[in-house]
Design a protein around this ligand. Structure first.
Ligand code: GMT
Length: 372
């Protein structure tokens, strides 16, 4: 198949997933064309069957902002026709599904459009009244729709009163083999045997970054531990301030928007994910794949990834005390920790492996394209 992938090129779960999906499909012999405004940060352009087409943003005086949706639509139409693409896979509804729909119409229905909903495109941005009707329209007019969890499917159907069928295809993650039994940063970050907690996100309010700090605050009273924070965004400033105020600068390690997070996750003991909302929680899967149990909230799709009491503990949003106690329980009991760690690895391998999930996408593409 010849497939166009439209995604956000920035650090973030939807772009990461879209990029790796493209690579996996390319390795299976499909021709993959990425269409976006910058090279997706994990794209390996040197690999076979991978192409990148840049969308150049127009800035006209009359426009308050450079228009992306329209220039993207024109570029999708142009690339789809010139490369005879069979389908465009739009990751994230806004504006990608809309641009893909327009492109399809510009090119007189020469290709199909599949939209994958990732979460905030529905639960945060899509539910904003200024976008709602266009998101609904773009989803309804896609030839295929997928969601990254059952929870997101349920929310999408209910919120937009959608009748279209939606396929649930979970996210996948491929751990780096050299890190599966290695904890490369332990010596640097935990020289005295401290326990290492990690949180990686964009520090938006939906991630409840303050809860991460509160859990850490409770834990540091009971055990020697350090907290690794990966990510940027405005929300991180409040956390920095608090850390300085509390004089925890030696205990909290800020790594910024680090593109290569695997070694840090693999070096940690627990991942903290107390989000208010999470359609899937790709970072939880990344941690589990390296045998790192998750302490988090039972929000949204996290419960479909982490099995409470088997490879992590999930508590109601905001239950700091409970989350801290769960973390303590695991960190103080070597046998239990080992059991959870092994369970986490097994679950990541058995339920969210690339071969399994990529085949589901491939099969779905064939169904939408009506291929035998
Ligand atoms: O978590 C974010 O805010 C980033 C966002 C994105 O679009 O990259 O993540 C969403 O998509 C990920 C990949 O499918 C999911 O793992 C995240 O759970 C989802 N985020 C939310 O639902 C808040």
């Amino acid at each position: 198949m010849r497939i166009g992938i439209v995604c956000y090129p920035t650090i973030g779960g939807s772009g990461v997933l879209a990029t790796e999906l493209g690579h996996q499909l390319a390795q299976r012999g499909h021709e993959i064309h990425f269409i976006t405004y910058a090279i997706p940060f994990r794209l390996r352009l040197e690999e076979r069957n991978i192409y990148f087409h840049e969308v150049i943003l127009n800035q006209y005086d009359l426009f308050p902002n450079p228009d992306y949706a329209l220039t993207l639509a024109v570029k999708i139409a142009e690339i789809a026709v010139s490369n005879r693409l069979d389908l465009i896979h739009a990751h994230y509804a806004i504006p990608h599904a809309t641009s893909a729909y327009l492109a399809k119409k510009i090119s007189k229905d020469k290709f199909k459009v599949i939209t994958t909903l990732h979460g905030t495109d529905i639960t945060l941005v899509g539910s904003d009244s200024s976008f709602k009707s266009i998101v609904k329209f773009s989803i309804e007019n896609s030839d295929g729709i997928t969601c990254v969890s059952k929870d997101l499917k349920k929310k999408t159907k209910a919120f937009f009163n959608l009748k279209n069928p939606i396929e649930v295809i979970y996210n996948f993650f491929i751990p780096k083999p050299e890190l599966t039994d290695q904890k490369p940063f332990r010596k640097d970050f935990a020289p005295y045997g401290e326990k290492l907690l990690i949180h990686a996100s964009n520090f938006r309010p939906v991630k409840r970054p303050m809860d991460v700090l509160r859990i850490f605050c409770k834990l540091r009273e009971k055990i020697k531990c350090r907290l690794i924070l990966v990510g940027g965004g405005n929300g991180i400033n409040e956390i920095r301030q608090k850390v300085e105020e509390k004089r925890w600068c030696n205990e909290v390690i800020f790594l910024g928007e680090n593109r290569e997070i695997d070694p840090f996750i693999a070096s940690s003991d627990l991942l903290l994910l107390p989000s208010e909302q999470e359609s899937f929680g790709l970072v939880a899967l990344e941690a589990m794949a390296y045998g790192v149990p998750v302490i988090g909230s039972c929000a949204g799709g996290i419960t479909e990834v982490v099995e409470n009491g088997a490879n992590g503990f999930l508590e109601p949003v905001g239950s700091i005390e409970k989350m801290a106690n769960d973390a303590l329980l695991l960190l103080k009991n070597k046998k239990l920790y080992q059991e959870f760690s092994e369970n986490a690895k097994k679950r990541a391998e058995n339920c969210f492996s690339a071969p399994k999930i990529v085949t589901q996408y491939e099969t779905y593409y064939q169904k939408v394209l009506d291929l035998p």
